[in-house]
Design a binder for this molecule. Structure first.
Ligand code: 5RP
Length: 228
């Protein structure tokens, strides 16, 4: 599948998911290239159809894009609930275990997700897998003492790689933390891995989102498919 085909499927999933947002809702808006299509469509509906909803964003990037369309964005601490969050994912299996954080937004994404009444993921069909883990699992760590966290991950055989930007500097998340990607190839027991990772001091969050999502909209050449 080339990038143009993949983008077409991402766009299709984003446009389909935008239909779920209705007047008066408080909606969580995820991060990534698939969500960009979602926000484009929501922006169009706000401007052309007068759609009136409030957004809570999972990254500064999404906030900027949404506000550029005139979408009302509020801080997560200014709402008492989120009706529905729509986000992308890097991988998802049949049990709705997924990997997120390819765009380094995993921490805010997980905070928004756990405070949402309903979660929908939008993916192109290449993201639906039998076993998660081929996509490197992102782990967000505090910069202070990061090399010791790295060593612990390495000793466990998790094949850690510090994520660097184009200039060779550590990528910084919206919370100014680092990201270490684990090149595991396959994750047979995601629950055990999640528990192990979160118990390492210095780890803020990991990109395993286990059984949190209610629905996955998959863009495919035959049109969007909804997995429930
Ligand atoms: C960002 C994420 C994204 O949702 C995930 O990486 C998917 O991105 P894309 O839609 O660009 O493939 O978790 O932290």
């Amino acid at each position: 599948m080339d990038k143009a085909q993949q983008d077409a499927m991402k766009k299709e999933a984003g446009i389909e998911a935008a239909k779920l947002i209705t007047d008066g809702m408080i909606a969580g808006l995820g991060t990534g290239s698939t969500v960009r299509f979602l926000v484009d469509e929501l922006g169009r509906r706000v401007q052309e159809e007068g759609l009136d909803f409030t957004g809570v964003t999972t990254s500064r990037r999404t906030q900027e894009q949404a506000e550029g369309y005139g979408i009302k964005i509020v801080n997560i601490d200014d709402v008492d609930h989120i009706d529905l969050t729509i986000d992308g994912a890097d991988e998802v299996d049949a049990n709705f275990n997924g990997i997120k954080g390819g765009g380094a937004a995993l921490l805010w994404e997980k905070i928004v997700a756990v405070n949402s009444n309903k979660i929908v993921w939008i993916v192109d069909e290449s993201k639906v897998v039998d076993v998660i883990g081929k996509f490197p699992l992102p782990v967000e760590v505090i910069p202070f003492g990061w090399s010791h966290v790295f060593k612990r991950l390495d000793e466990r055989g998790y094949k850690p790689v510090l994520r660097l930007d184009a200039e060779g500097k550590p990528v910084r998340t919206d919370e100014n933390n680092y990201v270490i990607d684990l090149h595991l190839e396959r994750i047979d027991d995601p629950q055990a891995l999640a528990e192990d990772l979160i118990n390492i001091v210095g780890v803020v969050e990991h990109g395993l989102f286990l059984n949190m999502v209610n629905e996955v909209i998959v863009g495919s050449p035959d049109g969007p498919r909804v997995l429930t």
